[in-house]
Design a binder for this molecule. Structure first.
Ligand code: GDP
Length: 235
């Protein structure tokens, strides 16, 4: 990228949620890698330590700290080392340590005659600990709920856990949801039928698609259908 602020008509924040291992990062990579604009690195532990040194004083007493704008990133310099971060989560169980990062990628697309900047957030692993909170959901126009068609638990967890969490934390009433059954390339191992996916989507009032991050089948459609629906929805 040129480093200059790109022109766009709308900026949308999209979230990827779902159990660990369902393919969230792979889908995001598959969608963004061809026309990749920016990468905010998953925050590694060494960066976290650097950050801690520089920013500790601002973190004390806070459980979750968002540095920078909701969908922006911030460049900081600690001990002369320049680093870029998008978001930092403070683990209340280990108050002396910052342990998780949230990663997001940006992609520019033109859809429905509009130039769009998509900031797509991925959870960088902390979904395992079920510690995503309102900061992650805040301001999102779209939520991509991913399960693995070869693992039933990842499907039932969407209704048992993730849907409840969305209802609890997502403050945007107009937020559009897309249910995604991933890994359809593993057809012989499939345990969740397409019909069940359609059924849950109808019940929950969301869009639905099946795809494969591996073969890229329906990956673009997944993001594009969601964004087109967001564009159609008056806010
Ligand atoms: P995340 O934890 O939800 O972000 O899942 P990852 O993107 O890290 O994927 C977990 C594992 O599933 C990795 O080994 C991926 O290579 C694999 N995977 C992801 N998507 C697909 C897919 O569509 N098909 C197949 N066969 N494997 C996939």
């Amino acid at each position: 990228s040129s480093g200059e602020a790109p022109e766009f008509d709308y900026l949308f924040k999209l979230l990827m949620i779902g159990d660990s291992g369902v393919g969230k990062s792979s889908l995001l990579l598959s969608f963004t890698s061809d026309a990749f604009e920016e990468l905010s690195p998953t925050i590694g532990s060494s960066m976290i330590d650097l950050l801690r040194v520089g920013l500790e004083s601002r973190l004390i007493g806070l459980r979750i700290v968002v540095i920078g704008a909701n969908v922006g990133s911030v460049d900081c310099s600690t001990n002369g080392v320049a680093i870029r971060i998008s978001y930092v989560m403070y683990n209340p169980t280990y108050p002396q340590k910052l342990v998780y990062g949230v990663d997001f990628k940006v992609k520019h697309v033109t859809l429905g005659g509009k130039k769009l900047k998509l900031a797509i957030w991925d959870t960088a692993g902390q979904e395992r600990f079920r510690t995503l909170t309102s900061s992650y959901y805040r301001g999102a126009q779209g939520i991509i709920m991913v399960y693995d068609v070869t693992r039933r638990d990842t499907f039932t967890n969407l209704s048992d856990i993730w849907a409840k969490e969305i209802d609890l934390y997502s403050t945007n009433q107009d937020c559009i949801k897309m249910l995604v059954g991933n890994k359809v390339d593993k057809e012989s191992e499939r345990v969740v039928s397409k019909k069940e996916g359609i059924g849950f989507a109808r019940e929950y009032g969301c869009l639905f698609i099946e795809c494969s991050a591996k073969t890229r089948v329906n990956v673009e459609q997944c993001f594009e259908e969601l964004v087109l629906k967001i564009l159609e929805t008056p806010s």
